[in-house]
Design a binder for this molecule. Structure first.
Ligand code: CTP
Length: 413
């Protein structure tokens, strides 16, 4: 599956603050996103979380001591910083912020930060008075002028019982700041909805009509949209895939449930329907298992047509997304059939898959597609579903930009 932090090494510095417990969840998210984490735990931090928790979650040793022979021979503080692509300080206490601003280097965390030229994200966490204090504000100005990115703090109740600025951002928000560091985000501020996987239409409590869709392409698209900054809802039929990190996932079974979940997710600016929705469902799902009896002719299953989710989303109206993209699996006359589908379902683009038996697509990691609009068609070379997902998202960003520019020109005329 596409992982937004593939091949990224993150050095996480956990300093002293009750919010240190949230860093455990941050480690889990980074790992799930495909990244590697090494942790430095300050003396203060170790009052709130243990090295064992950090080591277990990060699957790496945890470093605590500047003057420890073991830590320095195993992984010196210089190497710790050199091998990282990014340093994240979470929680960043008032104390470590002050030390960073003044270039102090009395412990492993601050010595590593001073010896580093790597980008830094800091997630401040402290009492609101400490945050508002001119000393902290001046230190924060120094750090941001030096190029450090801040994740938070947020406003709300703090552990000390006071309310105000100083609460550490939630792990998901810090994780999104990390993603934004590594990926361009042309879709920031936009909402997207993706359908993926098959649908299962029940015949009785144990049997269903389904199909072979793995959901891989839709899941890859959901992650690529998230990387590009969109707020993504993935509405998925039954698949064996894990929920992609950073994406809100709604699991459904039938086409009817998928349609309802899509409607609940509106309004969105971008909708991509990659699901292989069953065209038909049994007219009636039996509540008891249909029994096979001797000498009985096999039962006939009367079918009804399922709602067309793509056509429903793309229908003109106030809630129509700015861009609606459909998928088409075609065995012959790919372009002709895809164009007909584009017009019939009123969508803006069709990604047409060639599924001749020679083109193994179902369940595979690669795909060969054509991108078709009313006026143009592009043939993309066979590529991994991850690459196709990212390319598709780049094209969507470009199209939205073109729409914006056209609207501006129209307004100026
Ligand atoms: N789709 C949908 N709801 C349906 C059927 C299809 O949202 N009930 C969407 C799919 O997610 C896909 C596109 O429509 O984006 C094309 O699906 P496909 O099954 O290929 O198209 P059909 O209209 O069923 O045409 P045909 O079976 O004749 O190829």
């Amino acid at each position: 599956m596409i992982q937004p932090l593939e091949n990224k090494n993150i050095l996480l510095i956990v300093s002293g603050g009750i919010a240190a417990y949230k860093s455990l969840e941050l480690i889990r998210l980074i790992k799930k996103g495909g990244g590697q984490v090494r942790c430095i735990l300050t003396q203060g931090g170790s009052q709130f979380v243990t090295p064992l928790s950090l080591a277990t979650l990060s699957e790496n040793p945890v470093y605590t001591d500047l003057f420890s022979l073991k830590d320095e021979t195993e992984m010196g503080h210089i190497r710790l910083s050199r091998e990282a692509d990014l340093i994240v300080v979470a929680p960043a206490s008032a104390d470590i912020i002050a030390k960073m601003a003044h270039g102090m280097a009395g412990d492993l965390a601050t010595a590593t930060l001073l010896a580093s030229d790597k980008p830094i994200i800091a997630a401040p966490a402290m009492n609101p008075q400490m945050w508002e204090h001119e000393a902290t504000q001046s230190n924060i100005r120094t750090l941001t002028e030096r190029g450090i990115t801040l994740a938070g703090p947020g406003c709300g109740d703090t552990a000390c019982g006071e309310t105000g600025m100083g609460r550490m951002s939630e792990p998901e928000e810090i994780f999104s700041t990390i993603i934004a560091h590594f990926h361009e985000q042309p879709l920031k501020g936009l909402k997207a909805l993706v359908t993926a996987g098959p649908t299962f239409e029940p015949i009785d409590p144990v049997r269903f009509i389904g199909n072979r869709s793995s959901g891989k392409q839709g899941y890859a698209i959901a992650t690529a949209l998230y990387e590009a900054g969109a707020e993504v809802t993935l509405i998925s039929g039954p698949t064996a895939l894990q929920n992609p990190v950073g994406v809100r996932v709604v699991r459904v079974e039938t086409a009817e449930e998928m349609l309802n979940a899509c409607i609940s997710a509106l309004p969105v600016q971008i909708a991509l329907c990659a699901a292989a929705v069953s065209d038909w469902a049994p007219q009636e799902a039996k509540t008891a298992k249909i029994k096979k009896r001797r000498n009985q002719t096999p039962p006939a299953i009367a079918l009804k047509e399922n709602p067309d989710i793509l056509a429903r989303l793309a229908k003109d109206g106030p809630n129509r997304p700015d861009i609606v993209v459909g998928f088409a699996a075609e065995t012959e006359n790919v372009l002709e059939n895809a164009r007909e589908k584009l017009a019939r379902k009123n969508c803006d683009f069709i990604v047409a898959n060639e599924i001749s038996p020679a083109e193994k697509v179902f369940g595979a990691d690669e795909n060969r597609v054509h991108l078709i609009s009313a006026h143009e068609s592009e043939e993309w070379p066979r590529a991994g579903k991850k690459i196709i997902a990212r390319k598709l998202v780049r094209r969507i960003a470009q199209m939205l930009n073109d729409f914006d520019n056209a609207a501006k020109v129209e307004a100026a005329e």
